[in-house]
Design a protein around this ligand. Structure first.
Ligand code: GLU
Ligand code: ZN
Length: 300
């Protein structure tokens, strides 16, 4: 059995201790199993991604003692693959164009008959305003450009459901780490629940082709990743990814969610606070072994 892990940072800020934990853990797991460790640069959002952050990622990871296979996959080189997948989903009428502004979404999500605004892993759960705006079957019209494309989660749940053996059966993935509520082992969810907890997420943005969810699923499949190591903050997103894998008939890897590294006040680390940036520890004279100790990994 191949064993392939990856670390997939976005070059939108400095890597911090939480990233170091993810990267080292994925690297250790690959080594332990005689597997491969890959690095992927998630620079799909061209506005937020900066070459200097990408350079710093390489420097930080090298300093940590990590080695990865070359060439490194970069999402900015993968747009044709994202477009092809979007075209397929469009042809299957699983996508629809959405022209709502953030304000529109907030307004309709908080309309009196809707109750309180609901949040999911992608922000406000989209109230579905544009879902039935175009009556034409999508297979007859070309996929539009320069507009957000949303995934019809209702249809998604139905299509995933058709592949289930019996009514009400769940979709599964294997968790080798632990989710935020102690989920481990075979982890099940009902595709119907995605409607209320996730909603019609954006799979292609107005400002760039594709989205985090779409690209991560396609890239993991193309790279043959068998074990996705990531923080528990992405646990909800994992269900979206498993749903997309089912829709696109891609294999579902095993997932290893790990605890989040928190700051001294117990808050999870964010890219913008660089207090825990790896670079900062380096400059203050810490060693890679110190970093391993700080995140609670065995010292090698
Ligand atoms: N690129 C994403 C990030 O840096 C996470 C990658 C993943 O899907 O595990 O937050
Ligand atoms: Zn809309």
């Amino acid at each position: 059995m191949p064993y392939v892990t990856r670390f997939a940072p976005s070059p939108t800020g400095p890597l911090h201790l939480g990233h170091a934990y993810s990267a080292l853990l994925a690297h250790d797991m690959a080594q332990e199993h005689g597997g491969r460790f890959l690095l992927r640069i998630e620079d799909i959002d061209r506005e937020r991604s900066k070459p200097e952050w990408e350079d710093q990622i390489y420097q930080d990871l090298e300093w940590l003692g990590l080695q990865w296979e070359m060439p490194v996959m970069r999402q900015s080189d993968r747009l044709p693959a994202y477009r092809a997948a979007l075209e397929t989903l469009w042809q299957r009428s699983l996508l629809y164009p959405c022209t709502c502004t953030r304000r529109d979404i907030l307004d309709s999500a908080s309309a009196p008959q809707e109750g309180a605004v609901q949040y999911g892993p992608d922000g406000i759960i989209y109230p579905g305003t544009c879902r039935h705006r175009t009556g034409t079957p999508h297979s007859l019209t070309p996929m539009p450009d320069n507009v957000a494309l949303r995934l019809d989660m209702d249809l998604t749940a139905i299509q995933i459901g058709e592949h289930r053996v019996s009514e009400g059966e769940s979709v599964y993935f294997r968790e080798t780490g632990e989710g935020p509520n102690g989920e481990t082992g075979l982890t099940a969810f009902h595709p119907e629940d995605l409607l209320t907890t996730v909603g019609d997420i954006v799979l292609s943005r107005k400002t760039f082709l594709g989205s985090y969810h779409l690209s991560v699923v396609l890239d993991d499949a193309t790279q043959g990743v068998t074990h996705v190591v990531r923080g528990q903050d992405l646990f909800e997103a994992t269900r979206i990814h498993v749903a997309l894998q089912r829709l696109l008939k891609l294999p579902t890897p095993e997932y290893h969610h790990h605890a989040l590294i928190r700051d001294d006040n117990g808050k999870r680390l964010a890219k913008r606070d660089d207090a825990k940036a790896i670079r900062k520890f380096r400059e203050e004279g810490a060693s890679p072994t110190d970093i391993r100790a700080m995140v609670g990994l065995p010292l090698c």
